[in-house]
Write a protein that binds this ligand. Sequence first.
Ligand SMILES: *Cc1c(COP(=O)(O)O)cnc(C)c1O
Length: 452
Amino acid sequence: MTDLSWEQKADDFSLYGFTDLPSVHDRGAVVVTHGEGPYIFDTKGRKYLDANSGLWNMVAGFDHKGLIEAAQAQYARFPGYHAFFGRMSDQTVLLSEKLIEVSPYDRGRVFYTNSGSEANDTMVKTLWFLHAAEGKPQRRKILTRVNAYHGVTAVSASMTGKPYNSVFGLPLPGFIHLTCPHYWRFGQDGETEEQFTARLAAELEATIIKEGPDTIAAFFAEPVMGAGGVIPPSKGYFQAIAPILKKYDIPLISDEVICGFGRTGNTWGCETYDFMPDAIISSKNLTAGFFPMGAVILGPELADRVQAAAEAIEEFPHGFTASGHPVGCAIALKAIDVVMNEGLADNVNRLSPRLEAGLAQIAQNPNIGELRGVGYMWALEAVKDRATKTPFDGSLSVSERIANTCTDMGLICRPLGQSIVLCPPFILTEPQMDEMFEKLEKALKKVFAEVA
Ligand SMILES: *Cc1c(COP(=O)(O)O)cnc(C)c1O
């Protein structure tokens, strides 16, 4: 051990992921020691309101007693096991039953991973396996959207529609990105939102025909795009695309890693946007961030077909060492109960109008071009000119500056492109929400005064 500062040690020994390096070298990492409710504390004793729930996931805050006790009890009882060779923990069995019960399906099957990326990866492999088993090995192409975020493994990064993946030589071939359903940014002059949606639906069908319907494995979508900038779908989007996918027998997979378990005001984002996916991808809130875990939830039709394909070769040759980890499953069972039955989901429903109204007030600032979101996930997009939607010059790093200014004021929020993301934990009280509004508004005014 050296006597370097925490910041220096972090800087010397970490390969930082998704971190603005000039900014972290300059400011030092925030080294976090513990949390209380929605607040985190660092090695300097500073206190921050985390308006991003960690990374969208710590919806019950950072010290929830019931979740800690559930973890401790399971560690004392049975601290680890796998789910291979016909063995799995009792908690794993209980969680699968629970996930089907709370899913939109009356029956189905669940497969566990350690992350959302692995869950998407698993879903793609499962579909490649299924199509090959059904005599269509050429059905391998994956359709997603520009600005989609599906994770960072080679496959899930290929599904992600962000330019930064080009530094890895990704996407892999066969991953196709359709237009992002963000009307404010991508709608054309004179185009209504309905016409915009219709254009995107037509693009989907034209792409399917061009590629060949028999070459496409699936279409994946987040109900609300999260890491792409909190982008709710344009009006009628899922109603327009679902029938096209059905027509060509292409599975629709809902990536609910952020939206699942209450973030949009319902248990699932597909409920909020009224569509029925063929399978659901879950992670993040699944354990309220208390354990790394993801799940693929297959609806009845895919469950039957995948099961039949596995029976035919007597095995589904896939699994992670920690798939269905008993501690993760015990925590997830508790987290589902906490979110659904301890008033957390109710808080989102009761207080999201208040959250929206407070942010709408802040969005009157002429340098905010758009406020968008639903439930407890929102973004404010900064613009140089609201009328023309002209962004600030990238070299000004406006959103990083806003986030850094917020951090200095004791508020954590995240820059995403030119937007600032607010996705607070579901336990946020009304005074804590007001604290968030006050600090955010102050930070925005300060930064816009500097860059205007
Ligand atoms: C975070 C996220 C993922 C990836 O999950 P990891 O646990 O970080 O691998 C996938 N899809 C969506 C929608 C996400 O927000």
